[in-house]
Design a protein around this ligand. Structure first.
Ligand code: NAP
Length: 237
């Protein structure tokens, strides 16, 4: 059977790695991006070299009109979606007192509203398949450095569990909670190592740890409503 995966924020970093891994596993890829056009096209070239189709779909996940359009265009171009990965994200350390309406809306748009309505539009196509939401180890903690980021990832975790109940048996819904894997775009390896020092494993994870979790979830047909922590135990601190 033909397999089609839609990866949001797939042009760079973890999204790019997941898209290429899925292409190697036989999926055609709908690669969503917002501003990283040339990076997205590079990934498309790489995926086509692997021998799979890749369709780049551009859109801002803060635009509500984009959600049904995205699912519709991908389905018409590549066929029924069998895997949706809600990966796109924003991250800044903004404390509670500095978190205004815009910050609140931006984080909830990208981390909650977009996964909610993409999942709804996907489910309404009647396709069978799976959704994997990329969360954060912080979804289980009460860190205050990035207040709305953490709150929105907590909400995405709850959405994951509610959808697992609601969309089964047609669509399985699971989550992956990364810990320190890649430094934020504006930080370096020293930052990552310092964060990782405060985890039980005392070192960062690597991209392959996330890909192993994805591989497990995508092929495990009876796993639904599971949250896989790939965080070296960071959530326990
Ligand atoms: N990196 C880590 O170690 C780590 C740790 C914990 C959790 N995570 C989670 O793992 C996932 C991937 O992490 P990452 O660091 O690879 O992600 P990232 O680089 O921070 O973001 C991925 C993509 O999200 C897209 N995006 C942001 N705002 C958007 C918007 N309004 N509309 C559409 N797309 C938007 C961007 O696309 P464009 O570039 O095209 O604009 C960006 O390239 C995220 O969900 C993150 O929260 C990562």
């Amino acid at each position: 059977m033909k397999s089609v995966a839609l990866v949001t924020g797939g042009a760079k970093r973890l999204g790019r790695e997941m898209a290429c891994m899925l292409a190697n596993a036989g999926y055609d890829i709908a690669l969503h991006y917002r501003s990283s056009k040339s990076a997205a096209h590079e990934v498309r070239t790489e995926i086509e070299r692997i021998g799979r189709r890749c369709f780049c779909v551009r859109g801002d996940l803060k635009d509500p009109e984009f959600y049904p359009q995205c699912i519709d265009t991908v389905t018409k171009t590549l066929g029924a979606i069998s895997l949706l990965i809600n990966n796109a994200s924003i991250f800044e350390k903004i404390p509670f007192e500095d978190s205004g309406q815009k910050t609140f809306n931006d984080y909830f748009d990208v981390h909650v509203r977009a996964p909610f309505f993409l999942s709804q539009a996907y489910a309404l196509t009647g396709a069978k398949g799976a959704i994997i939401n990329i969360l954060d180890s912080g979804a289980d903690r009460y860190g205050q450095e990035a207040f709305v980021y953490t709150l929105s990832k907590k909400s995405l975790k709850e959405l994951t569990l509610m959808l697992a109940k609601t969309l089964a048996p047609n669509i399985r819904v699971n989550g992956i909670c990364p810990g320190p894997i890649l430094p934020p775009a504006d930080a370096d390896r020293h930052y990552l190592n310092a964060v990782a020092e405060n985890t039980p494993m005392k070192q960062p994870g690597n991209v392959n740890d996330i890909l192993s979790a994805l591989h497990y979830l995508m092929q495990s047909d009876y796993v639904n409503g599971e949250i896989l922590y790939v965080d070296g135990g960071q959530r326990l601190m």
